[in-house]
Write a protein that binds this ligand. Structure first.
Ligand SMILES: C[S@@+](CC[C@H](N)C(=O)[O-])C[C@H]1O[C@@H](n2cnc3c(N)ncnc32)[C@H](O)[C@@H]1O
Ligand SMILES: [Zn+2]
Length: 276
């Protein structure tokens, strides 16, 4: 069984149900909801790094309504594709947020195998929600740049709308391990942008090449969604970067909307760790 690693001495951490400790007696308490804080002090650049409670609650409330189900179903299918035949696939969700996708991936894999899933995010607000939802997934506050998991231990690594850390992802993946990244497609949320801005622009799609990874496959998920309440529109807006860079007068345009139709578009990029 894979374990989290101690952020101080990198030895394995063993749980007694209340805390995790390594053989050098570094001890980390489990929170009431069940996550552990393994963020090295030098990786913490503010009091509460990562997404704040407002952003986390908005995303949780929006995702729970099922608007992004086409994406989560496709991610589950991809997890099954790559974990087929593995008895205890080890999976890391780097930047897992409130564990919306993490828990659905666990549920679909648990029907056919015994997955060991680690969710890591720098926001304790996000993990507080994630850890309450699924007690079989192990959650730690940590950074994508210093994942508290062993080198070459991971069969599959997800990085969904979260910061990327190429060398660290390479380190934790097994030889031939699979890395799945999701990025917004060019028309993602175009309807929302049209409602806010005079001139809405498509997203720019980045170059897919990643050092140390070979692109195996690209899966596009697209749909048209209808948001039927002011609350859903506000939650969607607050979970996007637009909320933080839009003028007050443009923000107010959404106040008068009772419904909003928008395209959603995601690119699922599937890579394999390159042989060195
Ligand atoms: C847009 S959210 C995506 C969350 C989740 N993957 C999802 O798709 O629902 C980005 C997440 O990255 C986290 N994050 C930001 N910087 C991070 C870092 N250096 N290490 C780990 N997580 C980070 C934030 O706290 C936030 O939960
Ligand atoms: Zn230690």
């Amino acid at each position: 069984m894979q374990q989290f690693l101690c952020p101080i001495c990198q030895k394995e951490l063993v749980s007694d149900g209340k805390s995790l400790s390594c053989k050098n007696r570094h001890t980390f308490d489990l929170s009431k909801s069940g996550y552990v804080n393994l963020l090295p002090p030098n990786a913490k650049h503010s009091k509460n790094p990562g997404d704040n409670k407002l952003m986390v609650d908005a995303r949780r409330n929006f995702l729970e309504k099922g608007y992004y189900l086409p994406l989560s179903r496709t991610l589950c299918a991809q997890a099954l594709r790559f974990c087929k035949g593995l008895k205890n696939p080890c999976i890391v969700d780097a930047g897992c947020g409130e564990g919306y996708y993490t828990s659905q991936i666990w549920e679909s894999l648990a029907k056919v195998t015994q997955p060991e899933i680690f969710g890591i995010d720098i926001s304790k607000f996000a993990l507080n929600i994630a850890a309450k939802k699924n007690k079989s997934i192990r959650y730690a506050v940590g950074s994508v740049h210093h994942l508290p998991v062993a080198s070459e231990s991971c069969d599959l690594l997800f990085n969904l709308f979260a910061p990327y850390s190429g060398e660290e992802f390479q380190r934790v993946l097994k030889k031939d391990g699979i890395f799945i990244m999701v990025i917004p497609g060019k028309d993602h949320l175009f309807g929302l942008k049209e409602a806010i801005y005079e001139q809405a622009y498509q997203n720019k799609i980045k170059d897919y090449a990643l050092t140390g990874f070979q692109l195996l496959d690209k899966v596009v998920v697209e749909d048209e969604i209808l948001l039927k309440s002011q609350e859903d529109i506000k939650n969607l807006f607050m979970m996007t970067p637009y909320y933080y860079k839009t003028s007050q007068s443009n923000k107010e345009k959404l106040d008068h909307l009772e419904s909003l139709e928008t395209k959603i578009s995601f690119e699922i990029l599937i890579y394999q760790k390159e042989k060195i």
